[in-house]
Ligand binder design. Structure first.
Ligand code: SF4
Length: 423
């Protein structure tokens, strides 16, 4: 099979994997014109320092032994199949890199022949890239669950980031929808990579020359909506992964119904709003000091789709508000809807000089649209509505609906692309 054809098949097969931030851009026209990178599997991802980088995002092979119900590449699907060789992937990456098309590689794979065989192919690919081609660009590699950890570890010494996808948020759903995969088989490599990263950081402090192991950290992906787990279960799982497995990121992927299966739910479309709420909640876990058990509690199983999780938490804890900006500690300021780490830090710094008023906050460019409902300045409450839960809820829901309508009109192209996948 020609390399171009393989690239078409294996970049298309990789587009459902969101664990490198972007599942591809829609591009213009029919993908055949100049400048359209979609057909070649070039996607965009963001580094920790906020830079946008282009990645060649491909599967090594889409031949798969397994029959995961939700997956387009499952063995029982009749579709075009292809496999690269390690040298082909290495050469493609180097060629694209030299032409400035990409700044890195995201390489995943279905499980062909055996987990060990597949992982060996991925390892050989990254060895060729680093050792033969002297490629020093970014590599994000998928680790294959069930493969010998020695292979995964060797690959971890050559790549920047690794991920092992959990996909389904509970053991019961895994048994039902992906029975060939086992929870222990997925968690074991994640645990090994997490421990490897931690040990490597300690060793590198002692021995500066020690080679790096997965320096950009590990990530995973959870599918939202293919199985019945609630947001509370999903976000608690994410918290456990951050706390115990040294995860850098958990990605959430709204379930796209690409297969017919009586085991899967019939949804009108991918639950994108739910995915968005989980990302917001995930952000609160990582940067705002929230615990999963504060955001959702037994009986409150899912995030409100009309207001964001932070506002939802504030309304459920209204006895802690309004917060006086001149005296509240930094951690409490961070919990005010609309105030982020930068604004909270600005407030703490500025109030050392003088007592802050609403006017001062505006001059400091702190956005008060949402925060106004939850703060006082020098004892003054300046929201145009009474401090009552129902009233504030409906105002916040209105504001979010306005924002979303603006967002939707500018993103209509992306939305079209999402729903094309469902057809
Ligand atoms: S292992 Fe499952 S999810 Fe992965 S490619 Fe194969 S069928 Fe798809």
């Amino acid at each position: 099979m020609e390399l171009q054809k393989k690239l078409e098949i294996l970049s298309d097969a990789a587009k459902y994997d969101v664990s490198c931030s972007s599942s591809g851009s829609s591009g213009r026209g029919d993908s055949s014109g100049l400048g359209n990178t979609k057909a070649s599997g070039i996607c965009h991802s963001w580094t920790d320092d906020g830079r946008c980088v282009s990645l060649l995002k491909i599967l090594f092979t889409n031949y798969c032994l397994y029959d995961c119900q939700y997956c387009v590449n499952r063995v029982s699907n009749d579709r075009s199949r292809a496999s690269f060789t390690p040298e082909e992937v290495a050469q493609l990456t180097v060629d694209f890199y030299k032409r400035n098309y990409i700044e890195g590689l995201f390489l995943s794979s279905a499980v062909n022949r055996s987990p060990d065989w597949t992982m060996e192919q991925l390892l050989t690919t990254v060895q060729l890239l680093r050792n033969k081609h002297n490629y020093q660009g970014y590599i994000h590699l998928k680790a294959i669950p069930g493969a010998d950890f020695k292979l995964i570890y060797q690959a971890g010494l050559l790549v920047d980031r690794m991920s092992v996808n959990i996909e389904l948020p509970s053991e019961g759903s895994l048994e039902k929808l992906a029975p060939q995969k086992k929870k222990a088989g997925i968690l074991a490599p994640m645990k090994g990579i997490g421990a490897g990263i931690e040990n490597n950081i300690i060793e590198r402090k002692k021995y500066k020359q020690k080679e790096k192991f997965v320096p950009a950290g590990q990530s995973t992906q959870l599918i939202v909506g293919a199985s019945p787990e609630s947001d509370r279960q999903i976000i608690s799982l994410s918290e456990g992964l951050y706390d115990h497995f040294n995860l850098k990121r958990v990605y959430y992927s709204a379930y796209l119904p690409v297969n017919n299966s009586s085991l899967l739910p019939a949804l009108p479309g991918p639950p994108l709003k739910r995915e968005h709420r989980l990302y917001q909640a995930d952000w609160l876990l990582r940067f705002y000091g929230f615990k999963a058990g504060e955001l959702l509690t037994p009986g409150r199983e899912n995030f409100d789709l009309k207001i964001d999780p932070k506002a939802d938490w504030a309304l459920n804890n209204l006895d802690k508000f309004p917060v006086e900006v001149n005296t509240a500690d930094y951690e409490m300021l961070l919990r005010v809807p609309g105030i982020g780490p930068r604004s909270a830090a600005k407030i703490v710094k500025a109030r050392r000089e003088k007592k802050l008023t609403h006017y001062n906050l505006k001059k400091m460019r702190i956005v008060l649209k949402r925060a106004n409902f939850f703060i006082t300045c020098n004892g003054k409450y300046a929201a145009a509505v009474p401090f009552e839960s129902e009233v504030i809820y409906s105002r916040l829901a209105e504001k979010e609906a306005e924002q979303m309508s603006l967002f939707n009109s500018t993103k209509s192209e992306a939305k079209e692309w999402d729903f094309n996948l469902v057809k």
